[in-house]
Write a protein that binds this ligand. Structure first.
Ligand code: UFG
Length: 325
């Protein structure tokens, strides 16, 4: 069984490739290496191809008997999406259409899509359920929600079977330290706090201390990247067994504040981090916590890796990666 992993050289995609390979799947990675790293393609053959390049995709589909596609090649920075919407709609929406059309042309009808909690915008209740209103508040979230709707239309018209996974805060790293989170530039909380613990920055900024939360800082639902990877394989197997198209929240159901993350990093690394309180960052809802009961009921998925281990695995990899430069 061969799976094409578009964006398999990136953070989440590479962890999924490793798990797919361990569970006996053949992996073919398609990545343009704009943000991913060629050395992350350790568990499948790398085809250096852009998902917006139809001719390149046609060659990949012609050369390999592919049973399903997983798609991880999106731009993910909320602030950048507001400043450069064209870049986001072109890559995250238009290029996804090119990939879907190449799949349809090749007769591949199973698709797993990385969506996001950002489709909900500012949630009306917590924890968030899949049927809650989708009101994305930035172009990034809108691109993901547009693709979700496109998947529905492709299902109706062309028989595409798809799963959209709405990730909450992906975090942590491969416990064997072969791969981890290395965004350039880094904007995510846990790697930034780890940079401070490593002495690579003097302090960490807390964006806003006047949120409606117990300690005034934002609450987020952190989920280990290997728990996400496990959900992808369960989703794939559900589709292979004839399951219907669907979307699922992927989160732990528990929110941690920015201060709790900083404290957890201090506890796990033994290195206290200086925190500087600053005004809010634009577009951050007070609380984003998932109800993932649907993923449990339909896929049997439950995250098993808690916050301490998320931080510990990220720390182990972070030290190795940052030391190596
Ligand atoms: N934060 C800080 N200081 C920092 C960085 C982040 O206080 O230096 C805070 C943020 O304000 C937020 C929390 O830490 O409250 C988490 O921030 P991240 O940037 O790590 O993650 P986000 O929750 O903003 O983003 C995640 C995904 C996005 C996705 C979004 C969905 O990384 O891709 O969830 O809402 F769009």
């Amino acid at each position: 069984m061969a799976i094409l992993v578009a964006g398999g050289c990136g953070y989440i995609g590479s962890h999924v490739c490793k798990m797919l390979s361990k569970r006996g799947y053949d992996v073919i990675v398609a990545d343009n290496l704009s943000h991913g790293y060629a050395e992350n393609a350790k568990w499948g053959r790398l085809e250096q191809a852009d998902i917006g390049d139809r001719a390149a995709l046609d060659r990949v589909f012609a050369a390999n008997k592919i049973d399903a596609v997983m798609h991880f090649c999106a731009y993910i920075e909320v602030g950048e999406s507001a400043a450069e919407p064209s870049k986001y709609y072109r890559n995250n929406v238009a290029n996804t259409l090119v990939l879907l059309d190449a799949m349809m042309n090749a007769g591949v009808d199973k698709f797993i899509f990385s969506s996001t909690a950002a489709v909900y915008g500012v949630p009306q209740r917590t924890p968030i359920e899949e049927d809650d209103p989708k009101n994305p508040i930035n172009p990034y979230g809108r691109t993901k929600y547009m693709v979700e709707q496109i998947l529905g239309d492709y299902g109706t018209a062309y028989g595409l079977k798809s799963i959209a996974f709405r990730y909450f805060n992906a975090a942590g790293a491969d416990p064997d330290t072969e791969i981890g989170e290395a965004h350039i530039p880094e904007t995510h909380l846990i790697p930034l706090v780890l940079d401070a613990a490593l002495g690579l920055r003097d302090s960490i900024k807390i964006y806003g201390t006047d949120y409606k939360t117990p300690d005034g800082t934002c609450l987020r639902d952190y989920v280990h990247v290997n728990d996400l990877a496990d959900a992808h394989i369960r989703g794939l197997e559900y589709l292979l067994k004839g399951g219907n198209s669907s979307c699922f929240n992927l989160g732990s159901g528990r929110g941690f504040s920015v201060r709790e993350i900083i404290d957890t990093v201090a506890k796990v690394t033994g290195k206290p981090v200086k925190a500087e309180e600053t005004p809010r960052r634009a577009g951050d809802p007070d609380i984003l916590v998932a109800k993932s009961a649907k993923a449990f009921d339909v896929l049997g998925w439950k995250p098993v890796i808690g916050l301490d281990e998320i931080v510990a695995t990220a720390w182990k990899w972070h030290k190795k990666y940052k030391k190596a430069g």
